[in-house]
Unconditional design. Structure first.
Length: 319
């Protein structure tokens, strides 16, 4: 490891090796990765429980749970909704939990903030990919309140693989056609704004060790069920009703902004993870689902409670 192979503030750990190669400008990127003991295959953004992350940590002499790498990795997202056993296996033994459909969550392309590019070039002499710009549900740079750039709307150029663009484009100009790369200015509802804030809060703070169970209890309490499953017909009906309401709460456009794969039923778009019993059953052995789905469920519950409190207050006033 050389003096150049360090992590810059907030840098995405999966993107760092590509920047290190960019600095040396020697040989093919595949050879640079091989010298570091890394694989260049499928290096897109936002990859939970990724083996390459573990190999990079080994290369820089860091542990998966070290506090000084938490601003670069997805460890807080990864562990937020694990059981105690799953968390221990991942952090202590580097054994991945059984998970499902994680790849169906956006983003699929590397993204950057045009203002961060200018600042990073001025301060560090080059731009780099920030971890918080690659998160699901995040569409803006929290520092500059600016939409993230991810493609050229003139020629279609984008960065789906890190080897094709090791750092964000210099001066935020398209490497293909030279135009200024504009920021995201698409759909952004109040739901999306709340989820953006929630995912940033989650990734930047070490989660409570029992967060999964806390949220399951809160959800079951809202439905009017006891913390532990009774497996009765009444409980199954209540869960089925709650799930229908939850699935219909978000618009098709919102679902399409978060997920790349979903089924459709009566005009409702349904990502498979949003049906997972892991949301509702404290003793469930269901595979791990993406933290985004847990946040969507909690946002729905909190909105439901807020609406209920507002209706109660209105009744008291009218009474």
């Amino acid at each position: 490891m050389s003096s150049l192979q360090i992590l810059l503030p907030g840098e995405d750990i999966l993107a760092a090796p590509a920047r290190w190669h960019y600095l040396t400008e020697t040989g093919a990127i595949n050879h640079s990765y091989k010298r570091m003991g890394l694989s260049i295959d499928a290096q897109g953004p936002h990859r939970l429980f990724n083996s390459c992350t573990l190999n990079i940590l080994n290369f820089i002499g860091k542990g998966i749970g070290d506090k000084d790498v938490r601003e670069h990795s997805l460890i807080n997202l990864e562990t937020a909704y694990l059981t105690l056993t799953e968390r221990k296996q991942w952090i202590d033994n580097r054994i991945k939990p059984k998970f499902t459909a994680l790849a169906s969550v956006y983003p699929k392309r590397w993204r950057w903030c045009p203002d961060c590019v200018v600042e990073d070039e001025a301060f560090f002499g080059m731009s780099y990919y920030h971890r918080d710009h690659q998160l699901p549900g995040v569409f803006h740079c929290i520092k500059h309140s600016l939409g993230l750039a991810e493609q050229c709307y003139e020629c279609g150029w984008d960065v789906t693989h890190i080897k094709n663009q090791q750092v964000p484009p210099m001066n935020n100009r398209c490497p293909s056609c030279g135009v200024w790369l504009s920021s995201y200015d698409g759909l952004f509802t109040s739901h999306m704004a709340d989820i953006e804030g929630a995912i940033l809060q989650l990734v930047n703070h070490e989660p409570a060790i029992d967060l999964l169970r806390q949220d399951q209890f809160k959800l079951r309490s809202q439905i009017g069920m006891s913390p532990n499953s009774q497996n009765t017909m009444a409980e199954q009906k209540a869960l089925s009703h709650w799930r229908r309401e939850f699935l219909a709460y978000y618009s098709p456009s919102e679902i399409k902004s978060w997920f790349s794969h979903f089924s459709q039923s009566n005009g409702v778009l349904v990502p498979s993870m949003m049906r997972s019993p892991r949301l509702t059953m404290c003793e469930s052995n269901a595979p791990v689902i993406h933290p985004l789905v847990h946040l969507l469920a909690m946002h729905y519950i909190n909105s439901y409670q807020t609406k209920g409190e507002a209706n109660e207050s209105a009744s008291l006033v009218s009474g």
